[in-house]
Design a protein around this ligand. Structure first.
Ligand SMILES: NC(=O)c1ccc[n+]([C@@H]2O[C@H](COP(=O)([O-])OP(=O)(O)OC[C@H]3O[C@@H](n4cnc5c(N)ncnc54)[C@H](O)[C@@H]3O)[C@@H](O)[C@H]2O)c1
Length: 567
C-alpha cells in the first residue's frame, strides 16, 4: 500500500522559536489551514492567556490547552502552532503524534531573547520570561528542562539565522521527504507518550514519593496531621479556585470541619458533600446525585474535587472527578489505611454495577495525594488490620527491607506510634507507585503482581457474599494459600511461608477460613478476571521481593493448599 503522508504538521518549540510566524507560511505553501492553540484558548475562554495564568494558575491553563489541542488534532490539512509548554504532558504528545508530523523549531537562548524583545512573535504565555534581572538565565533554565520533550519531535529545524520563509521551506521539504518508518510504528507512539523523568518531576519537599504515571506525575504526602496542610498543598498544586470536598458521613463528622478549615485558611472556597458510609454509596445513583450538586454549585474546569475518606470515597469521588465536565482535577485525602496504601494510589476509580464490583470506571490519576496518618486513630481495629494486609503484601512481593521493618517495629506500629507508622505507609506507597509507573493501565502485566493473594482472596469475598470478610482479611488468607502453593511447587522455602503467616497473625489478620462452601470458592475462582485461557493465573512467590506468574499449577496442588487454609 502506498504511504500516505500525515495531513497535519504540528510545530513545537520554545517561545520565540518562530512557530506562529512560520505556521501560516507552511500552510500557504501546502494550501492547508493554520490553527494556533493559544489563539483558540483565548477565543474559547474569552480572556487573554496572561489573565488566565494570573487568575486561575498554570494547571488550569494546561487543562484548557489540552482541550484546544484535542480539537485541533481532529482536523486534517492543518498546520498547528502550539504553545511552548504543550509538550510537557504525555497525553498531548500522544495526540500530536497520532496522524501528525511533529516538527520542533529550535533556536539558541540568545536568539530567543532577541526575538522576544523585538516582539517578533506574540507569545503571551512566556512574556514573564522577560521580566526579572536575568531573562537569559531564565530562558536557558526553562528551555533545558523542556529539551527532552522537544527532542521527541519527528524533525527539528534550527532556526537561528533563518528567515521565517526559509524555515517554512525547510518544514515543507522535511514533510515531502517523509518515509513511512519515520511516522509510524508503536515505538514512536510509546516514546511520545512515555513519562520522562526530569528534574521538574523530582520529589517535592515533604513528599513521600512521586507517582510517575505515564499520564502525569503527582506527589504523595504521608504525614501525621497532614490534613492541616491540605489548603497549602492545594495551593502548591495550583488548585486555588474552588474545592468540592466529597466524603462519607462517618469520616466527615470527624474530619470534615478540619479539612474545610485547612482549605479556607489558604483562601480557597470550599463546599462539602457527604454520602452515607458504606460500599452501597459507590453507585451510579450516588454519583448522579453528586453531579446534580456540582451543577447546582456551577462547578467548572479548574475547580478541584477533594476525596476525604476510605477507598469507597476515593473511588466514588474519583469517578465523579474523572467524568464531570470531562475531568475535574482530583485530590485524594485518604483516611483509611487501605485507601492510603492502595485505593488512592494508581488512578483506578470506579462505581459498582448491581451485578459486578467496580465495573463502571476509569483510569484517572489525582493531582496529589495527602494521607494524614493521625486519622487512623479513629479507624476500627478490623479496618486497620485489613489495611496492614496490603502493606504486608507489598513487603513480600517487592521489598525485603519493608518486611524487616515491619517485623522489627510491629509493636510500635500496632500502637500507631506516629513515626514508624508513617514510615511503613510511606514505604508501602512507594511500592505501589513504582508498579503503577510501569503499568498504569494494566497493559504490560507488571501490575498483576499486586494481585498476590487476590485469587483466593476475591473468591472468599464473593463466596461469602462480601459480608463476612473485609478485603484485606480475605487477601491475608489468599496470601497464605499462594505461599503454600509456592512452597508445594518447590518455589519457596517453608521459612518464608512461615514468616508471612507469623506477620499476618501479629497484625491481627486471619490466616485460615472455616465453614466455607468449597464448591462456591471453585466457581468464584473460575469466574475471576485472573482466569486466562481457562487456566487460573496465580501470582506466586519465589522469595521475598520476587514473584512469578503461573497458570500451570496442577489442580491437585491447589486443592491441597485450599484444604490447608479452608479447614
Ligand atoms: N481504586 C483502587 O485501586 C482500589 C484498591 C483497593 C480497594 N478499592 C476500593 O476501596 C474500597 C474499600 O476501601 P476501605 O476499606 O477504605 O472502605 P471504606 O471507604 O468503606 O471505609 C471503611 C469504613 O471505615 C470508615 N472510615 C474511613 N476512614 C476512617 C477514619 N479515619 N476513622 C473512622 N472511620 C473511618 C468509613 O466510613 C467506612 O465505614 C472498596 O470499594 C474497594 O473496591 C479500590
Amino acid at each position: 500500500m502506498a504511504f500516505m503522508r500525515p495531513l497535519r504538521i504540528v510545530l513545537t518549540g520554545f517561545s520565540g522559536a518562530g512557530k506562529s510566524l512560520v505556521a501560516p507560511l507552511v500552510a500557504q505553501r501546502l494550501g492547508w489551514q493554520v490553527v494556533d492553540t493559544d489563539a483558540l484558548i483565548e477565543k474559547t475562554a474569552g480572556r487573554p492567556i496572561p489573565e488566565i495564568f494570573a487568575r486561575d494558575g498554570e494547571p488550569y491553563f494546561r487543562g484548557l490547552e489540552a482541550d484546544a489541542l484535542r480539537s485541533v488534532c481532529a482536523q486534517a490539512r492543518a498546520v498547528v502552532s502550539t504553545g511552548g509548554g504543550v509538550v510537557l504532558r504525555p497525553d498531548n504528545r500522544r495526540l500530536m503524534a497520532q496522524g501528525g508530523f511533529i516538527v520542533c523549531l529550535e533556536a539558541r537562548p540568545e536568539t530567543i531573547l532577541r526575538r522576544l524583545r523585538e516582539g517578533a512573535e506574540e507569545e503571551p504565555v512566556d512574556r514573564p520570561l522577560l521580566v526579572g534581572a536575568d531573562p537569559l538565565g531564565r530562558i536557558r533554565e526553562l528551555k533545558e528542562s523542556r529539551q527532552p520533550f522537544y527532542a521527541l519531535a519527528d524533525h527539528t529545524v534550527h532556526t537561528d539565522g533563518l528567515s521565517p520563509e526559509e524555515v517554512a521551506v525547510e518544514v515543507v521539504r522535511a514533510w515531502r521527504r517523509l518515509s513511512a518508518a519515520a511516522v509510524s510504528g508503536a515505538d514512536r507512539l510509546r516514546a511520545m507518550s512515555g513519562t520522562l523523568v526530569t528534574a521538574a518531576a523530582s520529589v517535592p519537599p515533604g513528599a513521600a514519593c512521586v507517582v510517575h504515571a505515564p499520564s502525569g506525575a503527582y506527589p504523595v504526602f504521608v504525614e501525621w496531621d497532614a490534613l492541616f496542610d491540605l489548603g497549602r498543598r492545594l495551593r502548591e498544586a495550583g488548585l486555588t479556585r474552588q474545592a468540592y470536598l466529597i466524603s462519607d458521613a462517618t469520616v466527615f463528622a470527624r474530619y470534615g470541619p478540619q479539612a474545610e478549615a485547612a482549605i479556607r485558611l489558604s483562601d480557597i472556597p470550599v463546599d462539602s458533600y457527604a454520602v452515607p458510609a458504606g460500599e452501597a454509596s459507590k453507585s451510579l445513583e450516588v454519583a448522579a446525585a453528586i453531579y446534580d450538586w456540582l451543577v447546582d454549585h456551577k462547578a467548572e474546569r479548574g475547580h478541584a474535587v477533594v476525596a476525604l475518606g476510605g477507598g469507597m470515597v476515593t473511588d466514588l469521588a474519583g469517578y465523579v472527578a474523572a467524568t464531570f465536565a470531562r475531568g475535574l482535577p482530583l485530590v485524594h485525602a485518604p483516611t483509611s489505611l487501605l485507601a492510603m496504601v492502595d485505593a488512592a494510589i494508581g488512578g483506578k476509580v470506579a462505581v459498582n454495577h448491581p451485578r459486578a464490583k467496580n465495573l463502571i470506571g476509569a483510569f484517572y490519576q489525582p493531582r496529589l495525594v495527602l494521607a494524614d496518618v493521625a486519622t487512623l486513630r479513629t479507624l476500627s481495629p478490623r479496618e486497620l488490620a485489613s489495611g496492614w494486609a496490603e502493606v504486608i503484601k507489598h513487603a513480600f512481593i517487592a521489598d525485603p527491607g519493608l518486611l524487616s521493618y515491619l517485623e522489627e517495629n510491629a509493636e510500635r506500629i500496632l500502637k500507631l506510634e506516629p513515626e514508624p507508622t508513617a514510615e511503613a505507609i510511606r514505604r508501602s506507597v512507594a511500592i505501589k507507585a513504582a508498579v503503577v509507573a510501569q503499568d498504569e493501565r494494566e497493559e504490560t502485566g507488571r501490575r498483576t503482581v499486586l494481585n498476590y493473594g487476590h485469587t483466593l482472596g476475591h473468591a472468599l469475598e464473593a463466596a461469602t457474599g462480601y459480608g463476612r470478610y473485609l478485603h484485606g482479611e480475605a487477601v491475608a488468607v489468599g496470601m497464605v494459600a499462594a505461599a503454600d502453593i509456592s512452597r508445594r511447587l518447590g518455589l519457596l522455602t517453608p521459612e518464608i511461608a512461615w514468616r508471612q503467616r507469623r506477620l499476618l497473625e501479629r497484625f491481627g489478620l486471619p490466616t485460615s477460613a472455616g465453614g466455607i462452601d468449597r464448591a462456591r470458592i471453585g466457581e468464584a475462582m473460575a469466574l475471576d478476571k485472573k482466569v486466562q485461557a481457562k487456566a487460573i493465573r496465580w501470582v506466586l512467590l519465589e522469595d521475598v521481593g520476587r514473584t512469578v506468574l503461573r497458570d500451570d499449577v496442577p489442580p491437585e496442588v491447589v486443592e491441597e493448599a485450599l484444604d490447608e487454609v479452608l479447614s
